[in-house]
Design a binder for this molecule. Structure first.
Ligand code: URA
Length: 191
């Protein structure tokens, strides 16, 4: 059980629990404010993230930053961003169930330290692991789920929006739904 970030970060950075450790450049632990009320969780690092050691720094990340900005959220001040797996799967393949299972302990430790009010899952893989295994992301994105006292919402992955920009308006609507909820629970002052 980790009670501080330095210990958690150091342990995570030296993890060798699965084979992804053999091909990684950096362990991508997470970025943001550890006191944030909102966490965003993606699938796993891609090439840029592996090289820089920070989540969502490639093209999908730039789009995520834009959408966050539109609802007055920002990766360095009022959210925390992490992934289901902390090391890049080779050729950006989906993380294997056993890799997700080994790695999710780090995410659980992060959630215990942050104690967010809201968790947003970016894409099917994160939503299936965190919200429910049979999630239908195209139908259920933007809906609220509650687990263990935390509000959770699946969203379309920003990489999916780059592949099909026609989905951007419905994805943006989910950010507005998130903003509404944060207003409602009084976590952000949007006045
Ligand atoms: N896609 C993800 O799911 N996570 C990242 O950190 C980058 C791209």
């Amino acid at each position: 059980m980790y009670t501080n970030w330095d210990d958690l970060k150091a342990a995570c950075e030296s993890c060798r629990k699965c084979e992804l450790c053999k091909t990684r450049t950096n362990v991508v632990v997470g970025v943001g404010n550890p006191l944030a009320e909102v966490m965003f969780i993606g699938e796993g690092p891609g090439e840029n993230e592996d090289l820089q050691g920070e989540p969502f720094v490639g093209r999908a990340g730039k789009l995520l930053d834009k959408m966050l900005d539109a609802v007055e959220l920002d990766r360095h001040t009022n959210v925390y961003i992490a992934n289901i797996v902390k090391c890049r799967p080779p050729q950006n393949r989906d993380p294997k169930p056993e890799e997700q299972e080994q790695c999710i302990e780090w995410l659980r430790a992060q959630v215990r330290l942050i104690r967010p009010k809201v968790i947003v899952c970016l894409g099917r893989i994160a939503a299936a692991k965190i919200i429910k295994p049979d999630i239908k992301i195209t139908k259920e994105h933007g809906m609220w789920f509650e687990k263990g006292g935390i509000l959770m919402m699946p969203m379309l992955h920003p990489a999916a929006l780059l592949r099909d920009p026609r989905k951007k308006p419905e994805a943006f609507q989910d950010f507005l739904t998130l903003r509404e909820k944060l207003r409602e629970i009084g976590e952000l002052d949007y006045s």
